[in-house]
Design a binder for this molecule. Structure first.
Ligand code: PEP
Length: 246
């Protein structure tokens, strides 16, 4: 029996005061549910939030990291630096980074390898664009992203985030997600053998307090990666309450 995982991606939102208040609101109202919770604030808030969540059931994650452990990489943050702060997870290959920072599958794979080496749990994102979906290329794209972004022996978390559903308020339908999960599981097993059977797959894309129960009940959905709704503690906690162990 494994616990579902609810990951909050705050993106580039949060100054000191509101990040602390949001985290305290979550910590003070945690439901008694068997669920893993990860919150991913921006880099500037990681030290504070990692310290606030230490010794709590909530883990702290980053939204990106570099693939090298140190060196002449101005402005970058290494996975070792994250681990040093008490950060345990890192989101990698989010579509916003693929689209606006030119990240390709190979970059994502190198970062994933580095994150695992530093002891972090990578949450690797994949997903097709609306155009790829409409032209029938979604499965090919997802297959290639798995092949390119996940290293051999991958033992982290995969997040399926159809790009057309991110930040749009238009979550994929239950039937879309069911089909995608069936395809992704088969593809993981095809590419990784036995190991592919146990890789946890999250759904992300406009998950909110209203649709979380339905999405989290879909077979093989191991949890949710939540963007916008994770900024509202009440909404985030409602999503957490909708998760379960199964
Ligand atoms: C995300 O940023 O990963 C995401 C899924 O965002 P939203 O929930 O706002 O669609």
């Amino acid at each position: 029996m494994s616990r579902q995982i609810i990951v909050g991606n705050w993106k580039m939102n949060g100054l000191s005061k509101d990040s602390t208040a949001r985290t305290e609101a979550i910590l003070s109202a945690l439901p008694d549910t068997a669920v893993d919770i990860v919150i991913c604030p921006p880099f500037t808030q990681l030290a504070a939030i990692a310290s606030l969540t230490a010794n709590s059931p909530v883990a702290c994650g980053a939204q990106d990291c570099h693939m090298e452990s140190k060196g002449a990489f101005t402005g970058d943050i290494s996975p070792e630096m994250l681990a040093d702060l008490g950060v345990s997870h890192v989101i990698l290959g989010h579509s916003e980074r693929r689209q606006t920072h030119g990240e390709i599958d190979e970059t994502v794979r190198e970062k994933t390898v580095a994150a695992i080496k530093a002891g972090l749990t990578p949450i690797v994102c994949i997903g097709e664009t609306e155009d790829q979906r409409e032209t029938g290329q979604a499965e090919d794209v997802l297959g290639w992203q798995i092949k390119g972004s996940l290293p051999d022996g991958f033992n982290g978390i995969l997040a399926y985030e159809p790009i057309w559903a991110i930040g749009t308020g238009l979550a994929a339908t239950t039937s879309d997600i069911t089909d995608a999960m069936t395809f992704l599981r088969a593809e993981l097993v095809r590419q990784f053998g036995e190991n592919g059977k146990t890789i946890q797959i999250l759904y992300g894309g406009s998950v909110n307090a209203g649709n979380a129960s339905e999405i989290l009940a879909i077979p093989d959905v191991a949890g949710a990666l939540v963007g916008g709704a994770s900024l509202d503690p009440e909404a985030f906690l409602t999503i957490v309450r909708a998760a379960s162990a199964h």
